[in-house]
Design a protein around this ligand. Structure first.
Ligand code: ATP
Ligand code: MG
Length: 434
């Protein structure tokens, strides 16, 4: 036998027992988007490499070492998208979506980063994101957090907290960066290797370092807070007031910088301590310069991206996933005539939105009913010779030992719906409730 072909490392199959949870989450997300007036956009997975270099920044981890970039048959450098904000802006500029300089967009789909695969960190992963383009904030920034808070509430997650920071105006950020660089240069010998490498090109990222010795050095480093311009400070304070008014708790974390260059002023992360090292669930901020950077007419903008895998993991940990989908009915028949009646009955029941698993492949009743049990279906319907003669169907409750009843074929649909309705409170059957 030839060698088995396996999936590429860090790229997961999402199997049927999971896709069900994905679809539930996806429909919640789409619904919340419409509550806030966001419209869906679906950019391609492949973009010109230049797009990410110009937006995310050449000296970032993503562009330096995480992108799946290759030369296509035309000799053009293309990249599997590592994130989607750049694509949203590119598409918006290309199609004139920002013609009145305002748009609210959302997306959901796979992203690709060549990182070290581990729990909560994959090479193909999925992000849901929203982008509010055209509003300078901070009311728009506050609304992003209300969206996120509602989303967590809706999916039953309570272990996430909001951290916010502001990077200030480009000018104040440059002043800070220069001073930080100078300070860190004085301690260069004691910095970890990664930080030393970042020192010239992206010193702000060092603030994010998890290395203990580097963190020690950072304790006495210049603080961004002391460099902020008046407008940024006022916006940041106003954001705090709006969050207070909305009852959204937050923590100011002045070490919070983001790994992408396009962020300006307000940045934030929703973090949890329930996912080990991969604690960031949702992250974003303001990127007022990006649209101009990508050749659009300047417009302020802000948004966030949320990791679907981490969110689902958290939902599972907090015990808030819905029950997997099971059939309402398993239909077993024996004999040619019974089979014909069964096939047409199954279709009639499906017309009433009942989920029917018709036994395929024949076999005796014992075998069929074993399959019915395994299927997890609520009821088994049995049609044999006797039922055909009497024009009835035998109904067996597979969950409770309530014995079997015989129901006339033409009444079976209504009867079953009534019996399923008796399961009030079970979301699976809510569609049958009055
Ligand atoms: P991290 O610090 O965990 O690497 P990040 O700052 O690179 O995250 P963003 O680029 O802001 O993440 O993406 C937003 C969200 O996407 C993250 O908060 C996380 O939930 C998710 N995410 C990012 N990278 C991965 C990955 N490799 N695998 C799974 N989810 C990811
Ligand atoms: Mg990362």
């Amino acid at each position: 036998m030839s060698r088995k072909i396996q999936s590429v490392r860090g790229m997961n199959d999402i199997l049927p027992d999971q896709t069900y949870h994905w679809r539930h989450l996806e429909s919640s997300l789409a619904r919340i988007c419409s509550l806030y007036g966001y419209e869906e956009i679906r950019p391609p997975l492949l973009e010109r490499t230049e797009l990410f270099k110009r937006s995310i920044g050449e000296a970032t981890d993503i562009v330096e070492k995480e992108m799946y970039t290759f030369i296509d048959n035309n000799g053009e450098s293309v990249t599997l998208r590592p994130e989607a904000t750049a694509s949203c802006v590119r598409a918006g500029v290309e199609h004139g979506l920002f013609h009145n300089q305002q748009a609210k967009l959302w997306y959901l789909g796979p992203m690709f980063r060549h990182e070290k695969p581990q729990k909560g960190r994959y090479r193909q992963f999925h992000q849901f994101g929203i982008e509010a383009i055209g509003w300078p904030g901070p009311d728009a920034d506050a609304e992003l957090q209300m969206f996120a808070a509602r989303l967590f509430e809706e999916v039953g997650i309570s272990s996430v907290t909001l951290e916010i920071n502001t990077l200030g105006s480009p000018t104040s950020r440059t002043l800070f960066r220069d001073d930080l660089k100078e300070y860190l240069h004085r301690h260069e010998a004691d910095l970890d290797e990664d930080s030393r490498r970042r020192l010239e090109r992206n010193p702000l990222r060092i603030l994010d370092s998890k290395v203990e010795t580097t963190r020690e050095i950072l304790k006495d480093a210049p603080r961004l807070t002391n460099y902020l311009d008046e407008q940024s400070l006022a916006d940041f304070n106003r954001l705090g007031q709006l969050l207070d008014a909305a009852g959204i708790a937050y923590r100011v974390n002045d070490r919070l910088v983001r790994g992408l260059d396009y962020y300006t002023s307000i940045v934030f992360e929703w973090v949890t301590d329930r996912l080990g090292a991969q604690g960031a669930v949702c992250a974003g901020g303001r990127y007022d310069g990006l649209i101009e950077q990508l050749s659009g007419r300047p417009a302020p903008a802000a948004g966030f991206a949320l990791g679907i895998e981490r969110l689902l993991e958290l939902m599972q940990i907090e015990g808030n996933t819905v029950d997997a989908e099971v059939a309402d009915i398993y239909l077993a028949t024996l004999g040619d005539e019974a089979e014909i009646i069964g096939v047409s009955l199954a279709e009639t029941l499906r017309n009433s939105e009942l989920k029917v698993r018709n036994h395929l492949g024949g076999g005796n009743f014992k075998k069929q009913l074993k399959k019915a049990d395994q299927s997890g279906a609520r009821f088994a319907l049995i049609i044999g010779e006797e039922e055909v003669t009497q024009q009835v169907v035998t109904v067996k409750d597979l969950r409770y030992e309530t014995g079997q009843i015989k129901v006339p074929i033409d009444e079976i649909g209504a009867q079953l719906i009534g019996m399923l309705r008796a399961n009030a409170g079970n979301p699976e059957y809510s569609k049958f409730e009055n």
